[in-house]
Design a protein around this ligand. Structure first.
Ligand code: PLP
Ligand code: COI
Length: 366
């Protein structure tokens, strides 16, 4: 199965005792984000001798972990975040899943992990969603959040790439990412910490990036903000992204600006899709550096009218206020702006099958 052209044949080992209908309905009535999980998971193993093998859908349950398992010590771990949607006509659909498969392998290469055949990644996701199809939450904006991940499972303490890995996919029925589904979020500018440095792991989706962001995120909450925004590591001047979302700036003339990819920013699939949607709508988009000082000045002068964060989990979330130490500034009206709302609606309408999919982004399952 290590040949990327192989068609994986995934065995399904059904759960002997799925959650009852009543319990499942109660669990998905107001799921929040990442708290509820479905009955099954996808699993595959990799060893240096056998490559990828034992790919299957199996009951979700605890793993047995040896205390010397290498991921616990050296954090060789990567993950993806994607969603399955129930479209208007009742079908199940994925949004640009091939891009997640490619990014997963880019992350694997950066972390000296084996690549996973894209066909196996995609088939694991599709079969798992089809197996747990009765877990879609009915809430507005609800979806099945899909979390593929891979970690080193060697039992030894030598510091080197492992010779055994495990790939798993779990599903979480979700509603809005931000508690209370706020109209706009506030950001805390981290001056003490950076997320990623040139040559580091910023563009990989590895667990370590998130571990390193948590202290800054905690400071953001301590200061009454929803999320942390990171500046570049070299000049501490250029706005990069949030802990788990990319960022866009909307100028008064309708031009969008977003920080360029270049090794320190996660190449978001939502970011890429919004760039295309904005251009479809006749807006001009510039991928260029934008400084924190410029952001403050442009917000004050009215040259900048909106800002928003975007990602699979957060979808498109308006930014209402930015706090930088004792200084704070409001973006536009402090609430959702028109262009943000237009782009958000266009994106979710495509994802939920309410608008034409002119880029061929939506892939139906089953
Ligand atoms: N930036 C970071 C650090 C993220 O964790 C995410 C979420 O995956 C994103 C940006 C947005 O990426 P995507 O739109 O592919 O979900
Ligand atoms: C996502 O948007 O999928 C993310 O991974 C962000 C966060 C939940 C880690």
């Amino acid at each position: 199965m290590s040949d990327p052209h192989d068609q994986p044949a995934l065995a399904v080992e059904p759960h002997p005792a799925r959650m009852s209908d009543d319990d499942r309905h109660a669990a998905i009535a107001d799921p929040g984000f990442g708290r509820v999980f479905t009955d099954h998971m996808a699993s595959a193993l990799w060893t240096a001798e056998r490559g990828w093998h034992d790919a299957k859908i199996m009951p979700r349950g605890p793993l047995s972990v040896d205390p010397a398992m290498s991921v616990l010590h050296y954090a060789q771990e990567i993950f993806e975040g994607m969603k399955a949607y129930r479209t208007e006509d009742g079908a199940m659909a994925l949004f640009r899943p091939g891009e997640n498969a490619k990014r997963f392998n880019a992350s694997a290469r950066r972390m000296a992990m084996p690549e996973l055949p894209e066909a196996l990644f995609l088939e694991s996701v599709r079969r798992l969603v089809a197996t747990d199809a009765d877990w879609f939450p009915g809430v507005t904006g609800g979806a099945l959040y899909i979390r593929p991940f891979m970690f080193s499972s060697d039992v030894r303490l030598g510091v080197r790439p492992a010779s055994e890995y495990r790939f798993l996919v779990i599903l979480s029925p979700v509603g809005a990412y931000f508690r209370g589904d706020p109209k706009a979020i506030s950001l805390w500018v981290s001056r003490d910490y950076v997320r990623a440095a040139p040559g580091g792991t910023g563009e990989a989706k590895c667990g370590g990036n998130y571990a390193a962001s948590l202290v800054a995120q905690a400071q953001s909450i301590d200061h009454g903000c929803d999320q942390v925004v990171f500046l570049d590591a070299v000049e501490r001047k250029w706005v990069e992204e949030l802990g788990g979302m990319n960022l866009f700036f909307v100028m008064a003339d309708g031009t969008l600006v977003t920080p360029p990819l270049g090794g320190t920013i996660l190449p978001g699939i939502t970011r890429d899709s919004l760039i295309a949607i904005a251009r479809d709508e006749g807006l001009s988009v510039r991928e260029e550096r934008y400084s924190i000082d410029q952001w403050r000045d442009d917000a004050a002068s009215g040259a900048l009218v909106e800002s928003f964060a975007c990602g699979t989990a957060a979808v498109v979330t308006p930014v209402g206020e930015v706090r930088d130490g004792d200084d704070r500034f409001t973006i536009g009206s402090g609430g959702p702006g028109q262009i943000t709302e237009r782009l958000r609606r266009r994106l979710v309408d495509i994802q939920y099958g309410r608008a034409p999919d002119q880029h061929g982004w939506v892939e139906r399952i089953g």
